[in-house]
Structures are given as C-alpha cells and as structure tokens.
Design a protein around this ligand. Structure first.
Ligand code: SF4
Ligand code: FES
Length: 237
C-alpha cells in the first residue's frame, strides 16, 4: 500500500530548525514500521538517524512517537497504524528528552534517574553459598516488573515530566525499583527510600495512566507505582 510518511528531522549540532520531511513509500500492511524506516534510509536518505538493535522488542532502543503515541518501531505493524491507501504516518522522537538528531534522543537524564533507585540486588547476607530459592508466589510479585526493557516510552508519555515536574524520576525507575523492592531476596528497601520517598519520587505520580497505556511490554506501570507508595506508607506507619 502507498504511505505518506512524515518524519520530524532535527540536527541541533548544526543549529537547524526542526522540520517535517515527507516521504512517499510503498509498504506491506504486515511490514513493521522499522522496515519502512530502514527502507527510507537505504533508498532515499542515508542521513536519517534513528536507533535500533535487536529488531524484536527486546532491547528497547527504537521507541519513537507515532501519530502522537509512543511505540517500538520494530513491534508496530503498518496495518495497525495505517487504515487506508495513502495513509499519513507522522513519526517524531520521544518527548521529554533532548534530541540528538532526528529520532535519536539523549537518554542521559532517563538513565540517571534509573541509577538513582539502585536497580541491583542489595542483600544483608555476607556470602551466598547456595541458590536463593523463591516460591512461585514470591516470584509472581516481581514478574511484571522484570519485563521492563528501559525503552523510555513511559518517561516520554508522562504528563508529570512533560508539564509539572521535569525532575520526577519517572515511571520506569519506579518499575525498576519495584522489581527489587518486592523481591523476597532483596534487603535494600531503606537504601532506596530517600529517592523514592521524596517530591521527585513516587509522590510526583498523579495516576494519569499514560505510562500503562504506552508500555510495549504491557506492564501495569501505574499499579506498580501505587504498590510502591503503599509499601512506603506501611513502612512509615
Ligand atoms: S515500564 Fe514499559 S514503557 Fe516504561 S521503560 Fe519499561 S518497558 Fe518501556
Ligand atoms: S530494535 Fe530492539 S526493541 Fe526494537
């Protein structure tokens, strides 16, 4: 089918004003949006910049905004975003992070927030001599949070970061904290508390649910944030 692709192009290094470049391409409804981007790069414009790596929804590097919604290019089939011949697909970089070039954003701020919550095991045990076993029920508590691929779609879609508090650590960092907070083998609750229990931590979340709606891994992001709030309150009472 014929498609009209509009891509927001920017090159801050050259101080060029962002503009929307239009490409007329042919795409199969079962093609992925990443295939179309690769096609444009090969056939029309090798300077078009975007990130991708695994091509299969695992690395999280190709999150972009498509017709106003955060998506992974490699997981988006053309038929889900173009309903008729000549359909227009507008592609933009993620919001709330500075653009490096075209669809590539600088992830430093996002990754720094992630680091703040200490996303690693903290244990009081001196040495672990044997496997630390979990029951299926204990494992279930962290199942959802372990699915996060740090694509930053939730960070981009969050109205709090966009308009209210740009310093909010963001949904993904709290999901990553929850992955350890609710792990029966982890003892790092106190050490993560200063970041989580702060104005830029969980209390910035206003339950807009945008994060849950855009997460390509279908993680119940808002629910995990609320469970973390509940855990902090329980700890304080
Ligand atoms: S919670 Fe979902 S949207 Fe947010 S970074 Fe993880 S995978 Fe991406
Ligand atoms: S290229 Fe890895 S998630 Fe899309």
């Amino acid at each position: 089918m014929k498609l009209n692709i509009e891509i927001k192009r920017s090159n801050p290094e050259k101080n060029k004003k962002p503009f929307y470049q239009k490409y007329k391409v042919n795409g199969d409804p079962n093609d992925r949006l990443l295939d179309v981007l690769m096609d444009i790069k090969r056939k029309f414009d090798p300077s078009l910049s975007f990130r991708k790596s695994c091509g299969h929804g695992v690395c999280g590097s190709d999150a972009i905004v498509v017709n106003g919604k955060e998506r992974l290019a490699c997981k988006t089939l053309i038929k889900t975003i173009a309903d008729k011949e000549g359909a227009c697909i507008r592609i933009e970089p993620l919001r709330t992070l500075p653009v490096q070039r075209d669809l590539m954003v600088d992830q430093k701020k996002f990754i720094n927030s992630y680091r703040q919550v200490k996303p690693f095991f903290i244990t009081k045990k001196k040495a672990v001599s044997k496997e630390s076993v979990q029951s299926p029920e204990q494992r279930k508590k962290i199942d959802d949070a372990t699915k996060c691929i740090l694509c930053a779609s939730c960070y981009s879609a969050c109205p709090v970061i966009q308009k209210e508090n740009p310093q909010y650590i963001g949904p993904a960092s709290i999901v990553q904290a929850a992955r350890f907070l609710f792990d029966s083998r982890d003892d790092g609750f106190e050490q993560r508390l200063s970041e989580l229990n702060s104005p830029n931590g969980v209390w910035s979340c206003q339950n807009y649910f945008n994060c849950t709606q855009v997460c390509p891994r279908n993680i119940k992001v808002t629910k995990l944030i609320n469970l973390t709030k509940k855990d902090i309150k329980k700890h304080e009472s």
